[in-house]
Design a protein around this ligand. Structure first.
Ligand SMILES: NC(=O)c1ccc[n+]([C@@H]2O[C@H](COP(=O)([O-])OP(=O)(O)OC[C@H]3O[C@@H](n4cnc5c(N)ncnc54)[C@H](OP(=O)(O)O)[C@@H]3O)[C@@H](O)[C@H]2O)c1
Length: 236
């Protein structure tokens, strides 16, 4: 079974569509109505999560039967905040950390011991490794995820559980809808990238499928940048 958290988001939905044909999935999200509809369409189980009101991970782990083999966990729960640091409220900062970093801790802490020979995937962003102005909160959360995943990769390597991170740049999704709402903004975003394009779920899906598969059996503790080169490349 694969656990997909944040399954009702843009990337989550694309992953569910791609994996549900050949695999048993367990869906986790915050909106029961959307989750129920998505789960019933593929005959999957689901669980609502309230990140501000959680039980201990060992309790939460009971949502999946102990006999079930958990082969993979993909956490698509995330948010974006682009705001100057001095204008970021405590609540906004905490919310970004909770949604992105705490959710990653919580899900892996719940299921890691049940994932021998499995693969866990988390999402950073280009802001996790490149200093982008007004991205302090999301940069803190996402680079936190990168460090968290490296340490977890070391801890659980003895169980052959691989822990990796994908770091995309801006992609068309619910999250970026406002940022990319005008043609002018789309052009600016597109042209920031050495490979001039706004990302989408199809750019990320092959990497997810590969990381979940035995083809990536020797890959752990990595952050894989899928960002049109933005994090590392300066075009001529
Ligand atoms: N889109 C981009 O430009 C971009 C760039 C870099 C990194 N990423 C990362 O990629 C991952 C997937 O994002 P996406 O593009 O698919 O965006 P999305 O469509 O907005 O999906 C985000 C998911 O997180 C869930 N979520 C948000 N806040 C939550 C909370 N407090 N509790 C529980 N669930 C919550 C959303 O639930 P609902 O479905 O109920 O809204 C949704 O399922 C995220 O980690 C994001 O940070 C995205």
């Amino acid at each position: 079974m694969y656990i997909i958290a944040g399954s009702t988001g843009t990337l989550g939905t694309a992953i569910v569509d791609a994996l549900s044909k050949d695999n048993e999935l367990f869906l986790i999200g915050r909106d029961e109505t959307k989750l129920k509809e998505q789960a019933s369409a593929i005959n999957a189980d689901y669980q609502v999560i309230d990140l501000n009101n959680t039980v201990e991970p060992r309790e939460f782990a009971k949502i999946i039967d102990t006999d079930t083999e958990i082969k993979g966990l993909v956490n698509c729960i995330g948010s974006i905040l682009i705001k100057p640091l001095h204008g970021t409220t405590i609540d906004e900062f905490n919310d970004v950390i909770t949604t992105n970093l705490f959710s990653s801790y919580y899900l892996l802490a719940s299921f890691a011991r049940r994932m021998k020979n499995g693969s866990a995937i988390f999402f950073s962003s280009v802001a996790g490794s490149k200093g982008l102005s007004n991205h302090e909160a999301i940069a803190a959360a996402k680079s936190g995820i990168e460090g968290f995943a490296r340490s977890a990769a070391a801890t659980y390597a003895k169980d052959n559980l691989r822990v990796n991170v994908i770091a995309p740049s801006i992609m068309d999704s619910n999250m970026s809808e406002k940022i990319l709402s005008s043609e002018a903004a789309r052009e600016v975003s597109k042209n920031m990238h050495p490979i001039s394009k706004i990302g989408d779920a199809d750019d990320i899906l092959p990497v997810i499928k590969w990381l979940l598969s035995p083809d990536a059996k020797w890959v752990t503790g990595q952050t894989i940048h899928v960002d049109g080169g933005l994090s590392t490349v300066k075009p001529r």
